[in-house]
Design a protein around this ligand. Structure first.
Ligand SMILES: [Zn+2]
Length: 178
C-alpha cells in the first residue's frame, strides 16, 4: 500500500520555545555555510567550478571575468565533512532492488544538482544493512525520500532540526517485493 503520510517538521518536532525578540532563534535557523558577498561581486569555486553570479550560485557557461576564486559552500561542507542532510534507505525490499535504488538516488541528485548547484550528495555508503546518504543541504534528502516513495511506495518520514539546520530522513519498505 502506498503510504502518503509524512511528517511535517513543525508538527513532529516543534521548535524549542524561545522568548519573543530572541534574535538567536533566527540566527541559528540560517545555514552556517551561507556567506555574504559584496554586491556585484562574482566568485568561482576552485573545486567544482560553480560560480556566484547575480546573487546566486549557478553553473556558468564560462567563468565570469574578473571573478574572485574561492570555495563554494557545498565544497566547504565536503572539505569539512559537515553534512546538512541525512537520509537512510532500509528494509527487506532494498536487498532485492539495491542497484536500481542506488541509481534512482543518483539520478535524483543529478537533476537536483543541475538546477541547484549547492544541493549534492556528500557520501553514499552501505552500513548496517542500509544505505546511508549525506548531503550538502537540507532539501535533497526530501527529494530522494519522496522519489523513493513515489517509485517504490514504502514509508518516508523526516524531521528538521532548526537549531542545527539539519534534516534527517528515513525511507523504508518492510515487505520483500513484488
Ligand atoms: Zn564548489
Amino acid at each position: 500500500m502506498p503510504d502518503h503520510t509524512h511528517d511535517s517538521p513543525g508538527r513532529k518536532n516543534p521548535p524549542v520555545w524561545k522568548p519573543r525578540g530572541d534574535a538567536t532563534s533566527e540566527t541559528f535557523r540560517k545555514d552556517p555555510y551561507e556567506e555574504r558577498h559584496r554586491p556585484g561581486s562574482s566568485t568561482v569555486c576552485t573545486e567544482c567550478g560553480v560560480a556566484f553570479l547575480d546573487g546566486i550560485w549557478k553553473w556558468p557557461g564560462e567563468p565570469p571575468e574578473g571573478a574572485e576564486r574561492g570555495l563554494c559552500p557545498a565544497c566547504r561542507r565536503a572539505r569539512d565533512d559537515y553534512p546538512a542532510g541525512f537520509i537512510t534507505a532500509s528494509g527487506p525490499f532494498l536487498r532485492g532492488h539495491h542497484d536500481e535504488i542506488v541509481n534512482l538516488i543518483r539520478n535524483v541528485e543529478a537533476s537536483e544538482k543541475a538546477e541547484r548547484p549547492l544541493h549534492r550528495i556528500l557520501d553514499l555508503r552501505e552500513a548496517d544493512d542500509e544505505l546511508q546518504i549525506t548531503t550538502t543541504d537540507v532539501h535533497l534528502p526530501r527529494r530522494i525520500g519522496e522519489a523513493l516513495r513515489s517509485a517504490y511506495s514504502g514509508h518516508f518520514d523526516y524531521h528538521y532540526v532548526p537549531n542545527e539546520h539539519i534534516l534527517r530522513g528515513r525511507w523504508t519498505r518492510d515487505d520483500e517485493d513484488e
